[in-house]
Ligand binder design. Structure first.
Ligand SMILES: NC(=O)c1ccc[n+]([C@@H]2O[C@H](COP(=O)([O-])OP(=O)(O)OC[C@H]3O[C@@H](n4cnc5c(N)ncnc54)[C@H](OP(=O)(O)O)[C@@H]3O)[C@@H](O)[C@H]2O)c1
Length: 246
């Protein structure tokens, strides 16, 4: 049987690399997109050494939406049928760091929301005719409720979750699964210098992501207990929530 293919956008991300290693071990073809060419070359060699059948990459700053059609075309040239697309790029800014910087707030929106939605839409349309596959994106538990320390980042993730919830309905009848991945804190470069409350390793989260793609799940909380925590957080009455300093 021919190996399947996975397209990984934001392929230098810690979580994305963890997922890519699983698909390399399965002998899949892997197409990587990220902006750091040296890191891309190193990841490419590592994945081939781990068993990937074929690995190619494309360099792109994903804020540049004018290059997104090229990203999709590159992926389609790499593999006529795309098995999985994983969108993983993102930036995190604590609210206090950007409270008086509207441009920086909009940068967070450009990277996490605008560019992600542009790619989700373009891959959705491109995969329509193949009538199979999965489009997955990493949002966050931070998107489940706005809180004072993280509401710019959280709102970008909420926007993505809302968008993919709608996409899931559109693409399910076409045989394409759309997966929203909501991790809690994960030990990656994004969290360097920050508190990892109930933090998970990349390996735990990567395993959960691969299993959710295999099972064609719609929404994944990872690790699992974040589903319960966030249900409780969403239920806290607003007057009490406003008094909590987090
Ligand atoms: N770690 C956590 O606790 C956590 C929790 C929930 C959700 N998430 C989400 O998980 C995803 C992956 O993050 P991670 O934890 O793996 O962090 P990470 O290792 O810091 O990865 C973030 C990636 O985004 C890339 N990126 C940022 N801006 C970009 C741009 N303009 N163009 C291209 N690539 C860009 C970075 O590339 P460069 O290396 O070139 O900067 C980096 O590879 C993100 O969407 C993040 O919001 C993370």
């Amino acid at each position: 049987m021919n190996p399947s293919s996975i397209v990984i956008i934001g392929a230098t991300s810690g979580i994305a690399q963890g997922v890519a290693r699983h698909y390399a071990q399965r002998g899949w073809n892997i197409y990587l997109v990220a902006r750091n060419t040296d890191a891309l070359a190193a990841i490419q060699s590592d994945l081939l050494a781990r068993g990937a059948m074929k690995v190619e990459s494309m360099a792109a700053d994903l804020r540049d939406v004018s290059r997104h059609d090229e990203v999709v075309k590159g992926a389609q040239q790499f593999s006529e049928t795309i098995g999985v697309v994983l969108i993983a790029h993102g930036i995190l800014r604590n609210q206090l760091e950007i409270d008086y910087d509207a441009d920086e707030m909009l940068q967070v929106w450009n990277v996490n929301a605008t560019s992600s939605i542009s790619l989700l839409h373009r891959f959705g349309v491109a995969m329509e005719t193949q009538r199979s596959g999965t489009i997955a994106i990493i949002s966050s538990v931070a998107g489940d409720r706005g809180r004072r320390s993280l509401y710019t980042y959280g709102s970008t993730k909420a926007a993505v979750s809302h968008f993919v919830a709608g996409m899931r309905g559109r693409y399910k009848p076409l045989g394409i699964n759309v997966l929203d991945i909501k991790p809690g804190p994960v030990d990656t470069p994004m969290m360097t210098g920050r508190t990892l409350m109930l933090g998970a390793t990349v390996e735990t989260v990567a395993k959960d992501i691969v299993a959710a793609i295999d099972k064609r799940k719609g929404v994944l909380y990872t690790p699992w207990f974040w589903r319960v925590i966030m249900r409780i957080v969403r239920m806290i009455p607003e007057p009490i929530f406003l008094k909590i300093k987090f």
